[in-house]
Design a protein around this ligand. Sequence first.
Ligand code: BGC
Length: 751
Amino acid sequence: MACNTDSGKIIAKSDHFKLKVDSLLNIMTLEEKIGQMNQYNGFWDVTGPVPNEGDAEKKYEHLKNGLVGSMLSVRGANAVRAVQKIVVEESRLGIPLIIGFDVIHGYKTLSPIPLAESCSWDLEAIRKSAQVAATEASAAGINWTFAPMVDISRDPRWGRVMEGAGEDPFLGSKIAAARVHGFQGDDLSAINTIAACAKHFAGYGFSESGKEYNPVDIGASTLHNIVLPPFKAAVDAHVKTFMNAFNELDGIPATGNAYLLRDILKNKWDFKGFVVSDWASIKELVMWGYAKDNKAAAKIAAIAGSDMDMESHIYVSELAQLVKEGVVHEDIINDAVRRILTVKFELGLFDDPYKYCDEEREKEVIYSPKHMDAVLDMAKKSIVLLKNDNQLLPLKKEGQNIVLIGALANEKNSPLGSWRIASKDNTAISVLEGMTEYKGNNLVYKKGADVTIGNTQFVNELKINTTDRSEFKEAIDAAKGADVVVMVLGEHGFQSGEARSRTEIDLPGVQQELLEEVYKVNKNIVLVLKNGRPLTINWADKHIPAIVETWQLGTQTGHAVAQVLYGDYNPSGKLTMTFPRNIGQIPIYYNHKNTGRPVADANNPNLVFWSHYSDVENTPLYPFGYGLSYTTFKYEGLKVSKQKFSCAEDITISVKLTNSGKYEGKEVVQLYIRDLVAKVTRPIKELKGFELVNLKPGESKIINFTLNKHNLGYYDNNGDYAVESGDFEVFVGGNSQSTLKTSIELKQVLY
Ligand code: BGC
C-alpha cells in the first residue's frame, strides 16, 4: 500500500526579468539569438582538444558580431574587461558575456579537492569553501563556475572521483546544495556571488570499467535513486545552470538526451536555468555514431535541450539554417535564449557588464589571510585517520628524532590537485614546510623515490613511470635510528582528475617497495597518503601502525597535515568512498543489494554457492563513513520514540554518544535504514541522516534524528517517489558497518 507522497514540484521561481528578456528577444535577429547559445574558450587555456589555427581571429570576429554569448577560461579583471568591451561596444546589441570558469575547489587560494572536502561531512564548512572560491573568482571577472560536480561514483579507477562527493546520494545531495548556496549566496546580483553549474548530467560517474568517456549502462533504479538525487537537490537549491555529460546513457548520448534534459530536468523538475554542453560534446554526437554530421548533431542537441554549445562551434554554424528549413522550431531557440538572458539579468550584467572586473578587489581578496585561514580550516576537517595502533599519533612535540620520507612530502604543486588552472604553481605549503614549523623535534628529510618522472599534466603515465631506486638507501639509513618515520606517499597531483583513469590504484611507481624496505629497518611508521581517489593499500593496512588519508588538501596542505600529526587538530573526517581490498572488488560500495545468497549456508558442507569471491573477503578494506579520532566514542541506548507509526507521523531515533577517550573530539554520527521488503529491492543500508558532534573527554550527549515517510521512500523504476508501508531496520553508529540497530514499522494507510 502506498502512502500519499508530495508531488515533488519545486516552488515557482520569480519571473522578475521576464518582460526585459522578452523585449530584448523581440529585437534580436535569429543569428544574434543563436549567438547567445554559443560559448567559446579563451584563446589560451584548453581543457579539451586544441582548437584549429585561425581560431582566435574567428572568435574575435564573432564577438564583434554578437555571435558569442559566453566565454570560458578568460580570467583576471583586465582580460575579462577587454573581452567584455568587444561585445558591449562593438556588437549591435551589446549583450554582455557570461564568463565561465572551472572554479572547482577555489580560484587561486585552493581548498581541498571536493572528494576530500566531502570527508568532513561539514556542510557549513563546505558552503564557506565555495563562498571563498566565489569571492576570489568574482573579483577576477568570472561570474559563472562549472561546479559543483555532483556525479556519484562507485569506481575509484575513474580519475574524476576526486571532483565529486563520493558514493552516496544522500550525502551527495546535501553537499550539492551546500556548494550551490556557497557559490550563489542569497543574491546572485551581489558582487561576490557567481552562478553555479550542476554537472555532468547524467551518469558520468558510472563510466563502464572506470574508463574515461566510456558509455554508461545502468538501470532505471540506479539512475533514479543514486545518480539523479544530487542533481535534483541542486535544482531545489536554485542552481542556475546545468552541464550535460560526455557519456551516453543506455545508448543515448547525454548531450542529445531529451529524456534527461527535457522530460526530467526541464519538465518534471521545472528547472528554469540553462544547460551548457560539455566541451565539444555536441560535435562528439557524430563520433558516438548518434548524428551523421555536425548539422544533425546541432539539431539533436538543441531539440534535446542543450541550450549552449561549449566549444563545438556547431550551433553558430548550423542552427540558423536548421531553423530556416523548419527542422528546428524557433521556439526551441527562443526558449534557450530566454534561459540564458535571464541568468545574465540575474547576475546584474545588464546593469554593469564590468561589475566583476575590479582590479582593486582582485588584489585584495586573492590569497588574502582570511581565505588562507578558511582553506586551512577546511583542509584539517577533510583529513581521515585510517589506522592508529598503539596511539602512535599524535606525535610527541619534543625530543624526538623524526625522519620524513617521500617526494610528495617536499611537493608544493601536487597538493593543489589537477583542477587549479588559475592558481600559481608551487603555492601549496608542503608537508616538509608544515612539519618544520614544529621546532621541538629533530626533523630529517629524505626523498627516497620520486612518484613519477616529471608531472603528468599532459603526459600519459606510461611514459613517465619511474624505476629509479637510487635514493632508497639514504632514506633507509636515515630511518634506522629514528623514533618515528613519517612517509608521505601516494599520487602525483595529475594522476587523478579528468582523463586520469587507472587500472591499478595502489601506490604508483616504486613507492610500495620503498615503504616495505623502510619497514624492514623501522616499524614505527606513520603513512601519510596523498591521493585523489581511494587506493588499494592492503599491505600497508596489515603492517603500518598509523595511516592518515590526507588527499590533496590545497594551498594550506602542509599546515593542515602537521597540525593533525602533532595533535593540534584532532582528525574527524570520515570516508565518503569505500576503500577496496583489491581492484577486482570494484565497484564496491556500502549501499549494495543483499542478493538471494548473501551468506554461506552453514548447514551445507559445500560453502561455494553464495555471493562472494573465492580469493578475497566480501568486506572492503575501509567502509564508507569510516574514520578514527585520537579519542574514542561510545554509542549506547539506541531508542525509538514509537516503534509503529503512520504516514502522518514523525518518529525520533535517539542514541547516547560519549567521548570515552582522552582528547576532545568530533564524531560524525550516522543513521542508516534498511527497507526490508519493497516492490523494487532496496540496499542493505541507506544513509538517511548524520550529525557532527563535538565532545570533551567524558562528556555525553543524546543525539536525536527525526524520521518520517519522506525518509523512507525510494524512486520506482518510472522515477516516481514511492513510500511503502512495512518493516525497516535502523542503524546508528560511526560508520556504515555499525551494528547498533533497532526496528520500526510504517503502518499501512488505507485510502
Ligand atoms: C570537463 C568539464 C569542464 C569543461 C570546461 C570538460 O572537459 O568535462 O567538467 O567544466 O571541460 O573546462
